[in-house]
Design a protein around this ligand. Sequence first.
Ligand code: ATP
Ligand code: MG
Length: 336
Amino acid sequence: MSKQRVLSGVQPTGNLHLGNYLGAIRNWVDLQHEYDNFFCVVDLHAITVPHDPKKLAHDTYNIAALYLACGIDLQYSTIFVQSHVSAHSELTWLLNCITPLNWLERMIQFKEKAKKQGENVGVGLLDYPVLMAADILLYDADKVPVGEDQKQHLELTRDIAARINDQFGSPTQPVLKVPEPLIRKEGARVMSLTDGTSKMSKSDPSDMSRINLLDPPELIEKKIKRCKTDPVRGLTFDDPERPECNNLLNLYAILSGKTKEEVATECGDLGWGQFKPLLTEAVINSLSPIQEKYTEIINDRGYLDSVLREGRHKANLVAHQTLTRVKEALGFLLVL
Ligand code: ATP
Ligand code: MG
């Protein structure tokens, strides 16, 4: 039996942070042997918010290098850049035409990011989830490993696929495969260092709100020293009044490889001054092998280019087949 397909991606909107790693990439790496994987750098998504054209290509390169540095193995996985496969844009248009506007207006990410953009919010931001649906559906993905913040977009992808199948397929011959989300509980929602109630994000204007995978040890130490805490003595998980405490303990548990129970016992009586150096050490130890590998990869442009060229070729083959299938189902004239 052939392996099931996995697809996921990250936007080149800045540096990868611990949330991206623990919510998404670490899970890609752990599961890759079981699946046939496509991991893309979703650069078309990155321009749904105002972007700097001088930085886009650099950030795209950077994220592709970090995928490899985090342990994505080309024996099991294909790495490519979304804009190198034009079928993503083309399928988005076809899906746009069957997606009701009010499905998109309800999306939480749209509402949150639109608020930040003010009055002249771009159509692309509203359309973001349709592009994401196209990314996933083009590869007939069975599973989509993402953080919890993307759950609503995945449900929308399933709804769009079901609608196409209803309107243009038949129960025995669906046009598109309906994918399943794959959200691992631990690390699914890493919160900001400066506000335990909002998620860690690349697009947060404050760099102090996140730990980037490429932050040097001194900066990690500084960010953890300054991060938001509370005046309560003793450290506990799952207290809704203490979101920062819960977030930092969870980070410590995942990065040190200890269970929640072990961490609760170890840290129950600690003050912040005693806990913060423990967390700092766990973060630095987890990130230093990734940073070393990243330096090797980013200094070998020829290699990275060849990875992305090969990825573009493999992704195009699969994506084009699906696009043709959808065009056929929608009744387009296809001339060979
Ligand atoms: P942006 O702020 O530009 O939207 P982002 O930090 O949200 O950037 P994305 O590129 O949108 O990152 O998301 C990439 C992957 O990382 C997705 O699977 C997403 O669910 C996951 N992810 C993002 N932030 C977190 C977080 N704080 N905790 C866990 N997973 C996260
Ligand atoms: Mg995001």
